[in-house]
Write a protein that binds this ligand. Structure first.
Ligand code: S3P
Length: 436
């Protein structure tokens, strides 16, 4: 949905009630298309997230020769070409706004015997790619980019034969870095290992293993063996995205009289940090009917409104809630007392510098309520709020977090609202239906 002008969100008139099904998980959707494209066979991907980021991945895999077609029943049919069946793309591969598309794809392209060029939008062009280029270069790949941090556009030179295996200590807890190295490891001469400082989301490990790759984890060290081929299952069912459910977890907690059930949400333990923090803050959240599908845990989540209090969090929990920090900051703004977030410097290299953006925009509701720190924020909750006009920085998670802040508080006008299309195109319809 394109919105030329600002979007006004009015204060909620009533509590949130009923059942909500959030769209498919973004991380799992990317991986389902990418891994199926380099596997043998045909895969029906159900509940694929049809949002701009995942459509960028689908377009890139199509440009590389895989079949990616939307079926009448809404599923995506991916026809894989095998590990060595990709073809040289005619044009430049465009990752749009998506760091996951770009960084994971680099792991695959690093090992291909053809040339490829990659680009993306203004936001992605400002994000560091050196974190992926550096380990892939150690494995023998030749990747060229702009400046010291290998900014876009990038060129990947042809590589003949296997990549070098390595034992890599990643300086960042990043699933994108880990996944790029593991994908390149499929094409290495022997086992490749990566250790990260804290465990990041493990969808790649789970899905590659379901595709027959030999992959093992011990603590934060993952080892992958080279593979001759990957074999896709007939079907992948993508769970609901807990990062999208996050907006309703917080809105329902804060808006009095709310009682909702979020259905079929992915509750992979590497993603559920938000549930832990909200529970610490006093939220009333119950996990119901937990089950498994395709190696990923799913559940229904019931949320009832509750009085929240401030909490401190940082360290190893950060990768488990990295994308939820903007909405957790909103929860903290309405909570009683202070919240201290630390160890979250990674937020400075997301779609925008989210520490700076969250601080600037939440302070428009209550001047001085948020202080930015080098690696986090201090949020003084419980202040009196005013209506505000906010900037989204064209960052989907900023837009949705600010929309919830407006609905819970005194209303908000967003300057550039349509960036929600990156991960949650129906967000405003759902919000309007729930609160007006
Ligand atoms: C993602 C990993 C995270 C996350 C991003 C999706 C993934 O990024 O912020 O939205 O699907 O692997 P980093 O790996 O850079 O932390």
């Amino acid at each position: 949905m394109y919105m030329a002008e600002g979007k006004e969100i009015r204060p909620a008139k009533r509590g949130l009630t009923g059942k909500i099904r959030v769209p498919g998980d973004k991380s799992v959707s990317h991986r389902s298309v990418m891994f199926s494209a380099i596997a043998k066979g045909q895969v029906h991907v159900r509940n694929f997230l049809e949002a701009a980021d995942c459509l960028s991945t689908a377009a890139c895999m199509r440009a590389l020769g895989a079949g990616v077609e939307r079926q009448a029943d809404g599923s995506l049919l991916v026809t894989g070409v095998g590990l060595h069946g990709l073809k040289e793309p005619q044009g430049v591969l465009d990752a749009g706004n998506s760091g996951t598309t770009l960084r994971l794809l680099l792991g695959i392209l690093a090992a291909q015997p053809f040339f490829s060029a990659l680009t993306g939008d203004a936001s992605l062009s400002r994000r560091p790619m050196g974190r992926v280029v550096e380990p892939l270069t150690r494995m023998g790949a030749a990747i060229r980019g702009r400046g010291s941090d290998r900014f876009l556009p990038l060129a990947v030179l042809p590589h003949e034969g296997s990549l070098r295996a390595m034992d890599y200590e990643s300086p960042v807890a990043s699933a994108q870095v880990k996944s790029a190295v593991l994908l390149a490891g499929l094409y290495a001469e022997r086992a490749t290992c990566l250790t990260e400082p804290a465990l990041s989301r493990d969808h790649t490990e789970r899905m590659l293993s379901a595709f027959g790759a030999r992959i093992e984890r011990e603590g934060t060290k993952v080892t992958i063996e080279p593979a001759d081929e990957l074999f896709a299952p007939e079907e992948i069912c993508v769970p609901g995205d807990i990062s999208s459910a996050a907006y309703w977890l917080v809105a329902a907690s804060l808006i009095e009289g709310s009682d909702i059930i979020l259905q079929d949400v992915g509750v992979n333990p590497t993603r559920t940090g938000i549930l832990d923090v909200l529970s610490d803050m006093g939220a009333n959240i119950t996990i119901c009917s937990e089950r498994e599908s395709g190696g990923e845990a799913l559940a229904d989540i019931r949320v009832r409104s509750a009085a929240l209090r401030g909490a401190s969090f940082g360290g190893e929990i950060i990768p488990r809630l990295i994308d939820e920090i903007p909405i957790l900051a909103v929860a903290a703004l309405f909570a009683d007392g202070d919240t201290v977030i630390s160890g979250a410097a990674e937020l400075r290299v997301k779609e925008t510098d989210r520490l700076a953006a969250v601080t600037a925009e939440l302070n428009r509701f209550a001047p001085g309520a948020v202080e930015a720190k080098e690696d986090g924020m201090v949020i003084h909750g419980g202040r009196t709020l005013s209506p505000a006009s906010c900037r989204t920085y064209d960052d989907h998670r900023m837009a949705m977090s600010l929309a919830v802040a407006g609905a819970v508080g005194e209303g908000v006008t967003l300057d550039a609202p349509s960036c929600v299309n990156i991960s949650y195109p129906s967000f405003y319809q759902t919000l309007d239906g729930l609160v007006q």
